[in-house]
Design a protein. Structure first.
Length: 205
């Protein structure tokens, strides 16, 4: 049995799942998913990289409920690593309309740093990287130089592909809808330490 760490690009996965089935699979248990993707391995470290939602109280509340449920259901295994969103003022040159756009920052760097940390302290055999972001290729190359024995496997979210990652790591594969469906959190998650209950948002059905 190998020891596997999992690095999840939350932004990449979220939008892939939404394109596939809307909000149906957003109540996802990442530890359960990793266990299904690496059935013969011990999942020892799962890191979920995301950023707090800005300027939308409803979405922010759902996100915080979800993150609390994830941590309560997987104590000691799952860590949430937060980056940030940056507001960008946009303007249409044709009609002069203005609007605010949001750009996620720090996630790529945070995943790259985590990958290098794992490579430098070889306590695991495999890293499963749930992302199809080709910006991670330099970090993958560096990690393999630091620890040539480390196996790095990209798991592409639905509707997400990276020819560069696949060329670098031919073991890359796409996560199936079946695995997502089988890896949902319970409808109500109870924190065994505090007794707090977290309910799947009705908006996510």
């Amino acid at each position: 049995m190998g020891r596997t760490a999992v690095l999840i690009d939350g932004f990449n996965l979220y939008h892939g799942m939404k394109e596939q089935r809307g909000r149906r699979y957003l109540w996802l248990d990442h530890v359960a998913l990793a266990s299904r993707l690496r059935r013969r391995d011990q999942i020892v470290d799962v890191r979920y990289f995301t950023a707090p939602v800005l300027d939308d109280a409803g979405a922010s509340g759902r996100q915080q409920t979800y993150l609390a449920a994830l941590k309560a259901h997987n104590p000691g295994v799952l860590t949430v690593v937060e980056g940030r969103y940056q507001r960008k003022r946009m303007r249409c040159h044709a009609c002069s309309t203005h609007w605010t756009s949001y750009e996620e920052k720090e996630t790529d760097v945070n995943i790259a740093v985590a990958l290098m940390e794992i490579a430098a302290l070889p306590t695991v055999d495999t890293v499963l990287v749930v992302s199809a972001d080709s910006d991670l290729c330099p970090a993958v190359r560096s990690a393999r130089r630091v620890n040539p024995q480390l196996t790095i496997v990209p798991a592409f979210p639905p509707h997400r592909r990276s020819g560069e990652l696949r060329a670098l790591l031919p073991s890359a594969f796409t996560i199936s809808e079946t695995k997502l469906r089988q890896s949902q959190l319970p409808p109500v998650v109870t924190d065994s330490a505090t007794g707090a209950k977290y309910v799947r948002p009705a908006y996510w059905h």
